[in-house]
Ligand binder design. Structure first.
Ligand SMILES: *Cc1c(COP(=O)(O)O)cnc(C)c1O
Length: 323
C-alpha cells in the first residue's frame, strides 16, 4: 500500500498547533436553507476566519514547524489572494519575515492587506514572468523557505482542521461539500472526514469553467488547463498538485462543477438570508447544497464556506447584474 502524504494524525496535530492562533469559526444553520432543500445543512463559516479565509490554518501549521534556521531566514510564497494574507499573518504571529510574490496588477486592496501584516511584496508581470521561478530564485538567493498555496503536506493537514471542527461541532454528516482549487482544502478535509465519519460522502466542488479537477479525478491523470474564466478567483487554478491529487483519489467520492450564475445565487442567499458576506469561491459548496436537482432530502449536509474576501462594490455589481 502506498503511503499517502497526510493522515488523520497529521490533521489532529495541526489542530493542536494552530489552536490559539486561528479562530474556531462558527457552524451556522439556516431554516430557509433547510426548508428549501429538505436537508439539514451545516455551514462552516471560514469567511469569518482571521484574514477572511481558511488559508491561515495551513499557513500557520507550516510556519509553526520551521526549524530555528528557517525561522531566522524567513518564508517566501507566490499568491495574489488569500494564501498571501494567510502566510503574511502567520509569519507576523510567529515573528518570521515573509516575502510575497504578487502580480503587478493585483487588486491594490489585497497588496495593501498583505503589506499591512508586515510582509515584503515583490511584484512581477504575470504575462511575461513566471511566479514560481521568481519564488524559487528568491528562496535560493536569501535562504527563504518556499511554502506553496496547496501542494504541501503541512498546508494540506492544516486546511483539514476546518472539517475536523465542523464534524466535532455538527456531529456525523451524510455529505460534505468542499470548494476545490488546487486541492489543499479538499485533501485535508477528506482526510479528516473519512477518519471521523467513514460513511460521509466527500464531494469536491469546482467552477464549471475550470473542470480540471473533475477530469483529473475521473481519468486518473492530473489534467492541466489554461487559467479558467470564472468569478471564483480563489479556485482559479490550472491543475491539482501531486500530493493533493494522491489524497483526493484515495479519499474523495466525486468532484462536481458549478457555473458562475449559481455562485452569484448562493452569494445572494448568504447575504440576504444569513447576513454574511461570502466570496464566489466560498459559495461553491453551498451552490451544490442549494441546487434543487441534488437530492439531499433528510440528509445531514456539511458545507465548507471557504472565504469572504470580496470587495463590496464588486459583490453589489454581481448581484445587480443577475437581478
Ligand atoms: C484557496 C481557496 C480555495 C481553494 O482551495 P485549494 O486548497 O486551492 O483547493 C477555495 N476558496 C477560497 C476562498 C480560497 O481562498
Amino acid at each position: 500500500m502506498i503511503q499517502l502524504p497526510i493522515s488523520f494524525d497529521d490533521v489532529a496535530r495541526a489542530h493542536e498547533r494552530i489552536a490559539g492562533a486561528v479562530h474556531r469559526t462558527p457552524v451556522l444553520t439556516s431554516s430557509s436553507a433547510n426548508e428549501r432543500t429538505g436537508a439539514q445543512i451545516f455551514f462552516k463559516c471560514e469567511n469569518l476566519q482571521r484574514t477572511g479565509a481558511f488559508k491561515i490554518r495551513g499557513a500557520y501549521n507550516a510556519l509553526a514547524q520551521f526549524s530555528p534556521e528557517q525561522r531566522a531566514c524567513g518564508v517566501v510564497t507566490y499568491s495574489s489572494g488569500n494564501h498571501a494574507q494567510g502566510i503574511a499573518l502567520a509569519a507576523k504571529l510567529l515573528g518570521i519575515k515573509a516575502v510575497i510574490v504578487m502580480p503587478r496588477d493585483a487588486p491594490a486592496i489585497k497588496v495593501a492587506a498583505t503589506r499591512g501584516y508586515g510582509a515584503d511584496v515583490v511584484t512581477y508581470d504575470r504575462y511575461t514572468e513566471d511566479r514560481e521561478a521568481i519564488g524559487n530564485a528568491l528562496a535560493a538567493e536569501h535562504g527563504l523557505t518556499l511554502i506553496p498555496p496547496y501542494d504541501h503536506a503541512h498546508v494540506m493537514a492544516g486546511q483539514g482542521t476546518a472539517a475536523k471542527e465542523l464534524i466535532e461541532d455538527a456531529g456525523p454528516l451524510d455529505v460534505l461539500l468542499v470548494p476545490l482549487g488546487g486541492g489543499g482544502l479538499l485533501s485535508g478535509c477528506a482526510t479528516a472526514a473519512k477518519a471521523m465519519n467513514p460513511d460521509c460522502r466527500v464531494l469536491g466542488v469546482e467552477p464549471e469553467a475550470g473542470d480540471d479537477g473533475q477530469r483529473s479525478f475521473r481519468s486518473g491523470q492530473i489534467v492541466h488547463i489554461a487559467t479558467p474564466d470564472t468569478i471564483a478567483d480563489g479556485a482559479q487554478t490550472q491543475h491539482l498538485g501531486q500530493h493533493t491529487f494522491a489524497v483526493i483519489r484515495a479519499r474523495v467520492d466525486d468532484i462536481l462543477t458549478v457555473p458562475d450564475p449559481a455562485l452569484v445565487a448562493a452569494m445572494t442567499f448568504f447575504a440576504g438570508h444569513m447576513k454574511i458576506t461570502v466570496e464566489p469561491s466560498g459559495c461553491l459548496g453551498a451552490a451544490v447544497a442549494l441546487d434543487p436537482r441534488m437530492d439531499f432530502k433528510n440528509k445531514r449536509v456539511g458545507v465548507i464556506v471557504s472565504g469572504g474576501n470580496i470587495d463590496l462594490q464588486r459583490m453589489a455589481m454581481l448581484i445587480q447584474k443577475a437581478a
